[in-house]
Design a protein around this ligand. Structure first.
Ligand SMILES: Cc1cc2nc3c(=O)[nH]c(=O)nc-3n(C[C@H](O)[C@H](O)[C@H](O)COP(=O)(O)OP(=O)(O)OC[C@H]3O[C@@H](n4cnc5c(N)ncnc54)[C@H](O)[C@@H]3O)c2cc1C
Ligand code: SF4
Length: 329
């Protein structure tokens, strides 16, 4: 690993000022479970020179509920979200997404802001430049994507963004999208539907270089609310999702009033299934309507040679996650 400076930030303003002063080769670090791997494999076009530690900032690790909803400080760990009675009772889909992320060690280290800001896991992108030389794909400033003609078994089934078919790997992202969360930074509030971006090279969000996530607001879901999360991965204990799904519904007298469904692991950004949502609203939630929603969720899929298996997987996952929200008979 290249040498870099380590600065402990005293406040959010201090961290942002350090980022501005040090320029694009400085990065913020929270739990470090993703960033340390990125530093080791030197993923950026300019070699990192400094990391700015956010963990030394007081006040960023609270879980709080008020009239607006659930507030999660940027440094709240995934373990605390998974184990919080408040989250489990009001936003169970989010608690389950946190519970299914990585291993106990990773959930103890990993923060909610780090989880939604993490880099993609494409193996060409992550290939260590010290072994056999750097692979400069589109996402690293090169001209071509190696996954399209190469091994794309874990990549997008909904096409490319700027020639890149890497997928967003976060488990909490689809739960937060389904729940209509808002990401708050030191300068603005970003509705989560507009937070992710694969347009900006080697990063996965719309954040400016010197912009820091301070907390995430997950609104109250209203009467008759239900939420759920499911994930398919090779290993139960520790693995990124092949496909995962977050769902948030409100139901009244057996009728679906509102629906938000988000798949991840299928596209560069978390993928809202709006056609499926529209079909559900106004009808009952049954095995038939859930199966129909699953069909509609993958209607636009354009799988490649090696990843067509994800299409039936995503279809079934949407249906099953929806049925997790059905009231007990
Ligand atoms: C072996 C392994 C297995 C994993 N399995 C999973 C999995 O199953 N599911 C899953 O979702 N993830 C998984 N991860 C990814 C990762 O560990 C987690 O997503 C974790 O939540 C990242 O949080 P962190 O605090 O460690 O982030 P860090 O590594 O500290 O940071 C990650 C990124 O977020 C940025 N960042 C962090 N905090 C802020 C902030 N407040 N404002 C702005 N930018 C910020 C950093 O600059 C960096 O770019 C895995 C990682 C490993 C190594
Ligand atoms: S999928 Fe994206 S990250 Fe992977 S090789 Fe292609 S351009 Fe690079």
């Amino acid at each position: 690993m290249n040498r870099f400076k380590h600065l402990s930030a005293a406040s959010v303003e201090d961290a942002a000022a350090s980022l501005r002063r040090l320029g694009p080769t400085a990065h913020v670090i929270a739990g470090g479970s993703d960033l340390m791997g990125c530093l080791k494999d030197n993923l950026w076009m300019e070699t990192p020179t400094a990391v700015i530690d956010l963990k030394t900032i007081p006040g960023l690790n609270a879980i709080r509920e008020d009239a607006d909803g659930l507030h999660l400080g940027a440094l709240v760990t995934l373990t605390r979200i998974a184990e919080s009675q408040t989250v489990q009772s009001g936003w169970p889909g989010l608690a389950e997404a946190a519970r299914r992320t990585g291993s106990p060690l990773l959930r103890n280290m990993g923060t909610i802001a780090g989880n939604i800001c993490q880099q993609n896991r494409c193996w060409y992108f992550r290939y260590p430049d010290k072994i056999g030389g750097r692979i400069d794909c589109v996402r690293k400033g090169g001209q071509r994507c190696l996954a399209v003609p190469g091994d794309h078994r874990y990549h997008s089934i909904f096409g490319a963004v700027k020639k890149c078919i890497a997928v967003n790997p976060s488990d909490t992202a689809p739960a937060l999208v389904a729940l209509g969360a808002v990401v708050r930074t030191d300068r603005r509030a970003i509705p989560i539907d507009g937070f992710f971006s694969a347009e900006m090279g080697a990063q996965s969000t719309v954040l400016e270089h010197d912009e820091i996530v301070t907390d995430i607001l997950v609104p109250h879901q209203g009467p008759g609310a239900a939420s759920a999360f499911r994930k398919i991965a090779f290993r139960q204990s520790i693995d990124f999702a092949l496909v995962n799904c977050g769902v948030a519904l409100t139901l009244a007298e057996g009728v679906v009033r509102t629906a938000r469904i988000c798949l991840n692991g299928v596209h560069n950004n978390p993928y809202r299934c709006t056609g499926a949502e529209e079909a559900l609203v106004g009808g009952a939630l049954t095995e038939e309507t859930a199966a129909k929603a699953g069909e509609l969720a993958v209607a636009g899929a354009k799988p490649l040679f090696q990843n067509a298996y994800k299409v039936p997987m995503a279809r079934a996952l949407v249906a099953d996650t929806l049925l997790d929200c059905a009231p007990a008979a």
